[in-house]
Design a protein around this ligand. Structure first.
Ligand SMILES: Cc1cc2nc3c(=O)[nH]c(=O)nc-3n(C[C@H](O)[C@H](O)[C@H](O)COP(=O)(O)O)c2cc1C
Length: 374
């Protein structure tokens, strides 16, 4: 007999429940991805900050932890320089921006630490190498944020890889469906990480109608069984959850980040361009507030990341977690303890199943009357 949560996504991806772990860099690495796969969900490994060699090592580790199918996620921004080194790009940063960052060292009392990271700049040629590495590694699914080209989709299809594309509005949903994406992930404004302007409740049914019969998966603000059932009601065949899997035992985030998520309330995230140049939802901190109040216009990718990289490295060396990169979504206020990822999946499934079996029109339990006003 079919589980009440068995949807077309389970058939397409070969998983038990229609719950996908979002590819979150650097959180969704081998341990977390495997834990979600082994719990009956579908894990997607985040690989955007991994070189092809690192990606291969991570996938090897993942395959040692699970024999279930999984996905790999990359960011594929449409507008990037073709090629070039970090040093060359840094020369293009306007002096006003460099001066502003100098002021940040001073105002936040961050001692300058020489960066030892030989980071490669994000360029089309680098992303092409990453895409080729994904093809070699043959995941069941290739997922991409910030865009996807028909050329990449065709390449994945030629190797039998299913393609999922994240979108934040109807126009991009239609574009991705026309380019051949097998799954359109409609990600609303409340999501952690790079995000658009339309809320999940408004976005999902509009994308579902616009791309039908192409399947849609809902993302952004989904943290429990209520969010899962709501997403199915909106026309999605499953959910793509990020924030819910950060405060987990297996999530590859430092302890302070998980702890701040447990303490954060619904208002404690902020959309900022300071870290990448694109609108990204992060835990509200002193740096996001400062940049959004008096920062210069953000630079594009990869310049903004390069502008900030030495400062962020120095902040990290000084243990300044109040300035650090820590994306999280508006649903963060829901999470009260660090759990094994399997428990997150299980609780989501149990709550959603109970809701479906009970019938949505009936309240969960008799509630005490509201206190009288005045
Ligand atoms: C810490 C973090 C890192 C993320 N990194 C990526 C990424 O590398 N690639 C990507 O496609 N999306 C990334 N995202 C967006 C997620 O894939 C997902 O759409 C989002 O987390 C869903 O919203 P939620 O956080 O409310 O569940 C990231 C999100 C977070 C919170």
């Amino acid at each position: 007999m079919h589980h009440p949560l068995h949807t077309a996504l389970c058939d397409l991806l070969g998983c038990e429940y229609p719950i996908m772990l979002a590819g979150m860099d650097p959180v969704s690495r081998a341990e977390l991805t495997a834990a979600v796969c082994n719990a009956g969900g579908f894990g997607v490994l985040a690989a955007t900050s991994l070189t092809p060699d690192q990606m291969a090592a991570e996938v090897k580790r993942l395959r040692s932890l699970t024999d279930k199918p999984f996905g790999i996620d990359l960011l594929l921004p449409a507008r990037l320089p073709d090629a070039g080194s970090a040093t060359e790009f840094k020369a293009d940063i306007p002096p006003a921006h460099t001066g502003y960052v100098r002021g940040l060292y001073r105002d936040f009392s961050v001692p300058e630490a020489a960066s030892t990271r030989g980071r490669r700049a994000l360029t089309h040629s680098y992303v092409r190498e990453q895409v080729e590495a994904v093809v070699e590694l043959r995941p069941a699914v290739f997922a991409s944020g910030l865009g996807n080209s028909k050329e990449v989709i065709d390449l994945m299809h030629s190797r039998g890889i299913i393609v999922a594309s994240l979108v934040g509005n109807v126009k991009n949903g239609v574009r991705m469906a026309q380019a051949g994406s097998d799954i359109v992930v409609a990600q609303g404004h409340e999501a952690g990480g790079h995000t658009g302007r339309i809320g999940t409740l408004a976005l999902v049914p509009q994308v579902a109608d616009a791309v039908a019969p192409r399947p849609v998966v809902a993302a952004g603000g989904i943290g429990d069984g209520r969010g899962l059932v709501a997403s199915l009601a909106l026309g999605a065949i499953g959910v793509w959850c990020g924030s819910a899997f950060i405060p987990t035992v297996e999530g590859n985030a430092p302890r302070w980040w998980k702890q701040r998520m447990l303490e954060a309330a619904d208002e404690d995230t902020q959309v900022t361009r300071v870290y990448s140049g694109k609108t990204m939802r992060n835990l509200r901190n002193r740096l996001t507030e400062r940049w959004e109040s008096d920062g210069p216009p953000a630079l594009g990718m990869p310049l903004q990341g390069l502008l900030m990289s030495d400062f962020l490295y120095s902040a990290e060396q000084a243990g300044r977690t109040d300035l650090m990169f820590s994306p999280a979504g508006q649903i963060t206020g829901l999470f009260k303890e660090i759990k094994p990822a399997a428990q997150v999946v299980r609780e989501m499934v149990e709550q959603a199943t109970a809701l479906l079996e009970r019938g949505l029109a009936r309240p969960a339990a008799a509630r005490p009357p509201l206190p009288r006003q005045g």
